[in-house]
Design a binder for this molecule. Structure first.
Ligand code: GLN
Length: 493
């Protein structure tokens, strides 16, 4: 077995016991990157030299008897919109090509500075996290390690591909409408979107602040629990981060789930959901029943309005957030300085934003403009409350909700890129979770007839990451498919 095939929590034990050195582990990952990166393209920028330097240092400290941090020496892939001091953080955009943040994000401080994970590099993503396929990156698409003719999902496609292929052991992502869970589902790995406020967004480049949340992408549930324990908590630099108790998620994983009541919302198995996906997910639900959980029917009656509501809100927020990229405050200014200041601003933005980002700025600005604000933006906020209330009602009857993560498995590269509406509809089962602000986990539960992974979603009540990780872990153990590393080849279809 190669070192990159092990789980993070197993590698930590090996490092602690000095069965392996940190350097050995890092070299294995970089070798895997060297072999697969030319065909996968998971990364925008790598930090090889610094990573190997740090590995040596950690090995030396360990020999000298230093107490080791919880992630000591584990290779971490960071999504390219979470700030790493002095390292290019581009958001998959041309406009931030040369941006080197002057500070570390809160999660980087926790994972890397305090717990000694090692930063491998920043992973590819849809520009400013807008998309579900990682095709909207200025730096070109990432490919799915299970079938190179397919997309890895998005927008954290690079992070998911790096974990599925064994390039990295742990990864960070961000989820505004599904950007962690969608690629986790398409790449057959575990993606966790925590409750809004559980993890500080300090140092996360904003797309839609009221929906954005940083989370984890890993090979197994245990590793996600381990990362979340470290990343959670109040941060004075993010006023929306919450001071709720951080539980020892890793210690709760093994608890039996025979007292749990799991809700199955019929709307999440509707017409638009692929038959094979439904079948694989239903089989996994039977497994949970086999573990003693009680399965009941529930309803999320406003599901059909979630995509429209989500897109109105996220575009409105994006149009305001992205105003700062004018070449003066942030971003690369156009070389052509003719005309007045507005000409230069608009030229800068036209030259440096891709088509999807421009579309969203137009639509968002429209929805926020005088006369349309009440009709679109305010109305969407009201519908958001209805959707949130659907979940509040549902959690009076059950402990967690189980359903598919995505309506289909990974689609082909190029298939939806010219049909934005179809691409938006793919978020139907993930974006309601962001609108409500609750946590959700996606883990692989099987494969379709093209041998593409199917994602299983477990949605929890506010701050019940403990509960969904526990259920996810138990399901993962009975399914026992999580150790499969993707082949990084073209599939047979
Ligand atoms: N696919 C969604 C979008 O394009 C989700 C993006 C995200 O979660 N960052 O907006």
């Amino acid at each position: 077995m190669k070192l990159f095939e092990y789980m993070g929590y197993e590698l930590i034990e090996k490092i602690k016991n000095m069965d392996i050195s940190v350097q050995e582990l890092l070299e294995t990952c970089f070798q895997r990157i060297e072999e697969t990166e030319p065909i996968l393209h998971s990364f925008v920028n790598l930090s090889k030299e610094k990573a190997l330097e740090k590995a040596k240092l950690l090995d030396r400290d360990l020999k000298n008897g230093k107490k080791i941090g919880s992630l000591y020496g584990l290779p971490l892939a960071n999504k390219d919109l979470i700030c790493v001091k002095d390292f290019p953080t581009t958001c998959g955009s041309k406009i931030l090509k040369d941006y080197h943040p002057p500070y570390n994000a809160f999660v980087i401080k926790r994972l890397i500075q305090q717990n000694e994970a090692i930063h491998l590099g920043n992973t590819n993503m849809d520009e400013f996290a807008m998309g579900s396929s990682t095709e909207n990156s200025y730096y070109g698409p990432t490919y799915n390690p299970w079938d190179l003719s397919r997309v890895p999902g998005g927008s954290s496609g690079g992070s998911a591909a790096s974990i599925a292929s064994g390039q990295a052991i742990l990864a960070l992502g961000s989820d505004t409408g599904g950007s962690i869970r969608c690629p986790a589902s398409f790449c057959g790995v575990v993606g966790l979107k925590p409750t809004y406020g559980r993890v500080s967004r300090y140092g996360l480049v904003a797309f839609a602040n009221s929906l954005d949340q940083i989370g984890t992408i890993t090979k197994c549930v245990h590793d996600s629990a381990l990362m979340l324990e470290i990343m959670s908590g109040k941060d004075p630099l993010d006023s929306t981060s919450v001071d709720n108790q951080i539980e020892k998620y890793t210690e709760e994983l093994k608890k039996p789930i025979d007292k749990k009541i799991l809700g199955v919302p019929e709307e999440f198995f509707g017409e638009g959901v692929d038959k094979e996906v439904k079948n694989v997910v239903k089989k996994a639900i039977n497994k949970l029943e086999g573990l003693g959980a009680k399965i009941i029917d529930i309803s999320i009656p406003h599901l059909e309005y979630t995509v429209a509501t989500y897109y109105l809100l996220c575009m409105s927020e994006a149009s305001s957030n992205l105003a700062r990229y004018d070449g003066l405050r942030y971003g690369k200014m156009s070389d052509n300085l003719s005309g007045d200041v507005y000409d230069v601003f608009s030229r800068t933005r036209v030259e440096n934003f891709g088509p999807e980002v421009r579309r969203r700025i137009f639509l968002g600005t429209y929805a926020l403009s005088a006369g349309y604000y009440d009709m679109f933006y305010i109305k969407a906020l009201k519908v958001r409350t209805l959707i949130k209330n659907d979940f509040v009602e549902a959690f009076k009857k059950c402990d967690a909700i189980v359903c598919p993560t995505m309506p289909s498995t990974a689609f082909k590269v190029g298939e939806l890129i010219n049909d934005p509406l179809q691409m938006y509809l793919a978020d139907i089962l993930t974006c309601p979770v962001n609108l409500a602000g609750i946590p959700a986990l996606s883990l692989p539960c099987g494969f379709d007839s093209y041998n593409m992974p199917v994602g299983f979603q477990i949605i929890g009540d506010y701050f019940d990451e403990k509960g969904i990780l526990n259920i996810g872990y138990q399901l993962e153990q009975v399914l026992d498919i999580y150790r499969k590393i993707a082949p990084v080849t073209k599939g047979g279809n």
